[in-house]
Design a protein around this ligand. Structure first.
Ligand code: ATP
Length: 453
């Protein structure tokens, strides 16, 4: 586990997991580009999520909706009126902060939502600006976090979606009409979401453009929901363990009843111990029939379910497991980061679970200037690369190549040496144990089929 964000950010840049975006123009706020290994890791996490929560279950289907959706959706959902954070500016240095975050850090109080109280609390406690140290604040005021843009043919503003869930609710009827889904069932979606966060930061923890993996799980309001809710919570936890989280770095945070939105019966977050402290990794909420009812009222369309077994028509309740992909990536990177050994033997190794490792196998010819070694290594590479994502590397000495693959988190390195030309075998080196085994080339596919699971 990485004990500092700096080390992880440096490794991500050095090895091509994530770069500060727009860097040649001086960077743009806290935005990042996933580099060649970052995008592989990201895709693997997405695929694992889809496999776990959609393909491996009989009660789930997926959709992929647009980022630009009808503005009425965000009025009905409450985002136009209420998706606000409280901000304050330091009058001295002009830096902007989340008022509730400043107060919570200084006093432990959670005053979300009450502007007057926040302003009073800042003044009373003389809370200092983290940037310049002065305690001279503007009044706290609300700021809507949705990004606005324009669309040809449409009067007024249109928004970049602040969450993916909205598209799921408005397609509820289409999914019912076109699929043989029966309650309880869920609809999943992965995609970009945009929030004009007052302060973005902590690398990919808080971004303004990020990706979510969300599920709306529709249930019968007359049946008990607590067990279904707990099962989802356990499934969320298991997913993070599969990504390599240690149990002690995950915890359950249950939102106190008085802090819940009026429609929520229960909200629980999974929190992760980041180097900067505990923070949200994903959420789970029972949102009742709020969303379907709101969209039904605003659109004039009935969003109901008909249960043919007992001739009942009802508006389902919904349980919402909501994952942030970038936070899942951050958690996976932090959990994988390992420093081992001493002196010459010291290494940094990303111990990713094999299923999400960006590269599964690296193939090395021992020397780059020996055509017969290169030819043999290319043969091995071709054989493996059609099945697993592989990398071919003939740069520098073998030790350096191992270090590079360790930092990328490649589970296996295969070296073709002079003996290989005689005995048609290669050396396979294990990332975690660093043990080396001699394996016949004809056995490699079998070997990796058994070991890369
Ligand atoms: P936070 O309290 O950290 O702002 P939130 O409670 O607003 O998060 P939700 O609205 O529940 O977050 O969104 C679901 C998930 O989306 C979060 O658990 C998180 O993983 C992810 N997420 C939300 N905001 C961001 C962001 N600005 N950058 C990256 N991921 C985010």
């Amino acid at each position: 586990m990485a004990d500092s964000m700096e080390k992880l950010v440096a490794l991500c840049k050095r090895r091509g997991f994530a770069y500060l975006a727009s860097e040649i123009y001086g960077g743009l706020a806290n935005s990042y580009t996933y580099g060649p290994y970052g995008v592989e890791l990201k895709n693997n996490i997405k695929q694992l999520w889809w496999k776990t929560f959609v393909h491996n279950r009989v009660d789930m289907v997926g959709i992929d909706g647009p980022i630009l959706l009808h503005p009425k959706l965000w009025e009905a959902s409450g985002h136009v009126g209420g998706f606000n954070d409280a901000m304050v500016d330091c009058k001295n240095c002009k830096k902007r902060y989340r008022a509730d975050h400043l107060i919570e850090k200084a006093t432990g109080k959670d005053l979300e939502g009450n502007l007057e109280e926040m302003s009073a609390e800042l003044a009373k406690n003389e809370i200092k600006c983290p940037n310049c140290g002065k305690a001279d604040w503007t009044e706290a005021r609300f700021f809507n976090m949705m990004f606005k843009t324009e669309m040809n043919g449409l009067d007024g503003a249109i928004y970049l979606r602040p969450e993916t869930a909205g598209a799921i609710f408005i397609e509820f009827k289409n999914v019912l009409d076109t699929n043989r889904v029966k309650i309880p069932f869920g609809i999943a979606q992965i995609g970009k979401a945009f929030r004009n966060e007052i302060v973005a930061g902590n690398f990919i923890f808080r971004l303004r453009e990020f990706e979510q993996m969300e599920i709306e799980y529709f249930i019968d309001p007359e049946k008990a929901w607590e067990d279904i809710f707990e099962q989802w919570f356990n499934d969320q936890m298991s997913f993070f363990l599969k990504l390599g989280a240690k149990e002690e770095s995950l915890r359950r945070y249950e939102h106190p009843k008085e802090k819940l939105s009026h429609y929520s019966r229960k909200t629980v977050d999974v929190e992760f111990l980041y180097p900067f402290g505990w923070g949200e990794l994903c959420g789970l909420a029972n949102r009742g029939d709020f969303d379907l009812t709101q969209h039904s009222d605003a659109s004039g369309q009935k969003l109901e379910y008909f249960d043919a077994t007992n001739n009942r028509r009802f508006v389902p309740h919904v349980i919402e497991p909501s994952f942030g992909l970038d936070r899942a990536i951050l958690m996976t990177l932090l959990s994988a980061y390992t420093e081992e050994g001493e002196g010459e033997e010291q290494r940094v190794v990303m111990k990713f679970p094999k299923v999400v490792a960006p590269v599964k196998i690296a193939v090395f010819p021992l020397l780059r200037n020996k055509p017969e070694l290169i030819a043999k290594a290319e043969e091995v590479f071709k054989q493996l690369n059609t099945r697993w994502h592989c990398e071919f590397d003939d740069n520098g000495n073998i030790g350096k190549r191992y270090r590079r693959q360790d930092e990328i988190g490649t589970p296996y390195c295969v070296t073709v040496d002079f003996d290989s030309l005689e005995d048609d075998s290669v050396t396979v080196r294990d990332r975690d144990t660093m043990e080396q085994s001699r394996i016949p080339i004809s056995e490699l596919v079998n070997y990796f089929t058994n070991n890369l699971v």
